[in-house]
Design a protein. Sequence first.
Length: 509
Amino acid sequence: MTGVDVVVGAGHNGLVAACYLARAGRDVVVLEQLDRPGGGSRTEETVPGYRFDLHSAAHNLINMTGIPAELDLAGAGLDYLEMDPFSIAVHADGRRVRFHRCIDATVESIAEESPDEAVAYRRFMEKAAPLVRTLLPAIRGEVSARTLPAQVANVARALRRQPLATVRDILGPYDSLLRRWLPSDLTRGPVAAFAAHAGVGPTVPGGAVYAFWQAAYHQFGQWHGRGGAQNLTDALVARLRSLGGELRCSAPVGRIEAPGGRVRAVVLEGGERIHASTVVTAIDPKTALLVLLDPPLGGETGADLAAARRSNVVQAVVHVATDRLPPYAGGRPGDWNGLQSYVDRLGDLSSAWGQAEAGLLPDPLPLYAFTHSALDDRLAPTGHHTVYLACPAAPSTLEGGWPARCDELVERCLDTVEARAPGFRRSVQGVATWTPDEMERVERWPGGHPMYLDIALDQLGPFRPTRRLGGWRTPIEGLYISGAGTNPTGGIAGTPGRQAARTLLSDRR
């Protein structure tokens, strides 16, 4: 009996994988445990009348790849709006720095507060740009002999001056990197806030790449899907159906049968058995291979996977419905387009990470905001707005438990915005929370980790989730892995989905 290609998980990576398989003529079914697809790329009415992104609030990685064009997602309804400035520093002391896609415009903004800082920021971006270009082929899934000369040239440019210092910068944490390159917290704080958006703390060795990645936003911009992150999910679902693929929601998987080292079937929690010729899991790889797989992955490969790390630091989100945008003193048109950083000091963020790792709610609370309704009138009633507040250093396991501390989180978030936008509290029409315990319960993200595993330097690219599993294949014939926990990285990239599908198709040829 010939089986189908089963994709487990209808997040964006699972849907991308399914689209590529269906486009190649494969018989594909996607199984999603929730009653709707999207995973971390969903937009929902969490406050009546107001639509908020649940997790991913800005997309840039997928727009660095050829995936939207290859799948003609625009033809399936995908419509991205650029967020420019992509970030603004809203310091409590009234200082403002606007980070535009154009570096010259950014430098001009910094110079309004500090000419010396403006010069330093330009130098930092000049240092970062060749490093970003070196990483791009991996992000795009295009590492090959063809790309090697350009990568070597970019590395040479990056190492041309003070090569040992550059290697130190790359291998170190971004706390140290930013202190060396930027004169003060005027720019250190907001650059660190954007780096923390990746889920890596300021003092983590190898985390410097996420501060260097600031140059990528200048090169490629930041993007908001019209109607929310759900726009990407809806376009992928439409494309999958147009290619003949099937999506089944409310279909949680109970086990993946692989007797004798060959995948045979996927069994739903309700007992339905689906004969499978191949299976692509686009969920947490630990759950897929150590819990659902029957028998579970063993040997050194299984031990390596079991040892892959996820910290106690994740993100907590508060959705605030308002009747106006945060009234920043001295606000200018465009100030609400992108990420609004409330991280005044790099040291505060470093301290917050340590507190969260210890299970404490950080004080001061690091916070940033997105106000997508400033760009997109589909998210709130006319004249009203959505304010997405995120703490990038929230403890997965919190002392006292999240249910007991949730109101405290909300009040502290509102206080932080009020201090920078007096009168903000009077604009609030409703509030909803999305805390790590809820993410674990609803999404089945272990510990509330949307990227499943830490994205530290030793768990990136071909080492994600482990060296042995970094090529999307598993020791089980017919079983492949994808998702945020696989090569090259987490985030809204789509590359893990496309590469898993390409690997499967290559093997079947």
